[in-house]
Design a protein around this ligand. Sequence first.
Ligand SMILES: Cc1cc2nc3c(=O)[nH]c(=O)nc-3n(C[C@H](O)[C@H](O)[C@H](O)COP(=O)(O)OP(=O)(O)OC[C@H]3O[C@@H](n4cnc5c(N)ncnc54)[C@H](O)[C@@H]3O)c2cc1C
Length: 542
Amino acid sequence: MDVPSPMSGTVEEVHVQVNDKVSEGQLIVSINPGAKEQDAPSAITSDQPATTHNTSTNSSAITPTADLTTQSDLHAEIVVLGSGPGGYTAAFRAADLGKKVILIEQHKTLGGVCLNVGCIPSKALLHAAKVISESKEIGEFGISFGKPKVDLDKLRGWKNGVVSKLTKGLTGLSKQRKVEIVEGHGQFSGPNMIDVQTTNGLKRISFDAAIIAAGSHVTKIPGIPYDDPRVMDSTDALTLQSIPKSMLVIGGGIIGLEMATVYQALGTKITVVELADSLIPGADKDIVRPLHKRLLTQYEGIHLKTKVTALTAEKNGLKAQFKGDNVPTTNSFEKVLVAVGRKPNGKAIGAQLAGIHVEDSGFIPVNKQMKTNIPHIYAIGDVAGNPMLAHKATHEGKLAAEVAAGLKGSFDAKTIPSVAYTDPEIAWMGITETQAKSEGIEFEKATFPWAASGRSLATGRDEGITKLLFDKNTKRLIGAAIVGSNAGELIGETVLALEMGADAEDIGLTIHPHPTLSESIFFAAEIAEGSITDLYMPKKKL
Ligand SMILES: Cc1cc2nc3c(=O)[nH]c(=O)nc-3n(C[C@H](O)[C@H](O)[C@H](O)COP(=O)(O)OP(=O)(O)OC[C@H]3O[C@@H](n4cnc5c(N)ncnc54)[C@H](O)[C@@H]3O)c2cc1C
């Protein structure tokens, strides 16, 4: 096994040799913690790798700016621009480390995209969708509830209530920590100054260190009449204004399919077009297949390798023109949801006036301590690189706050898991099979079909798959992909296994509770070990 260093520094002396026997607590290596850190190894991401850029790792975390305070209205030791999951986490951690923190947010509520118009409202509506579809499907068990009556105002109100509980909670947590909130649009006006346009005029905030957590916005594509209210992005779709009879979803990625799941359950006829040759393009095709198969029974159409070439607003609907194989050339829809991705907000914060490098894409390159090319200015979350996920933003937010407060640390997570909260859910982490093949990584694969899981069958579902990938030589887990109910919850165990350097034997010898879906991970490890008894697999040990 590997023994991770409990601290960073430079190795000064190694006290043992290869093949020496060591016992717990024995001195193995002497480290000088004062020495300059090296960049940690890159994160393995399930999507694109996190943007990294070698910038100066100036060890002084904070540049004092006492002289600037005479020109500013407020001064912060650490200022955070944007209050999404990355920003509020950074602000709270910095305050907990004793820093005077100002958090700038242009909207009235804290929480950013995730809490207000992303992760949380979508999951609230997906829960309602799940109850609707399960109440229908349980008819096969001999239980019938009849057709659901949807009170849209009440459903919307309930979803808004969930959001409001969380965002108000953030305001409370800010007060408890004495984090000062400044409401308004902030722009850098220099390397140690942000100007905020508030309802009471301009507020100048000088700072010693800044953390940019400005997030991302919806990507627009040409040829779409965006000013027509029948054309929606994910934010519009989440407002649940009506249940259209028909809806075209442009983009078969995670966000498009999650919203399609909600509207389909509420009664909308869904058509999906996707440019790539598979839904959820980042995931392995064998894992996406069970979802695709189920959606084909629910949707009007799923058109892969297809492009919308024009969308015309007509009185009775939005007329879409398609280019692709086996797709009608035109069709009309009551509403259209455009879900083709998000763009980072790096170009909208006056970064150039602080000398911060911003890529043409809008991403702000950072090193593994989340520092931009200006060493006392950090960037985190969606604005700092792919994958654009809330759990990446919070992890980076904490790290940036700690480094800015003078602690040592760097981004060394081995993976960032991805989840599509569709039905069935899809989750993956580490290296995908597609990636392993294209990069020539030698691996062993173990796949457990949920048709052999008692727990899965007991819920009336059998399409799930748990796939584990192990390094051929070390037998350590290097990747996992799951499709099935609660895949998003299950993937956490595999992330921990990867971080801990677990191999198939470690997972296979860990007693999992029965009957659970988590057993599917254990069974897959047993398949890799050649020791499974719940399936008959004449297979030699790896
Ligand atoms: C529909 C949908 C569903 C999603 N579901 C999930 C999910 O289930 N799981 C998941 O991990 N991710 C999900 N995401 C992605 C997730 O929301 C983002 O990755 C996450 O919110 C990024 O956090 P962030 O802190 O980087 O930025 P954001 O959450 O985008 O927050 C940025 C904040 O900065 C503010 N801001 C920006 N510029 C300025 C400025 N100049 N002045 C003042 N304020 C400014 C913005 O108003 C915003 O509040 C979803 C996204 C969408 C759209």
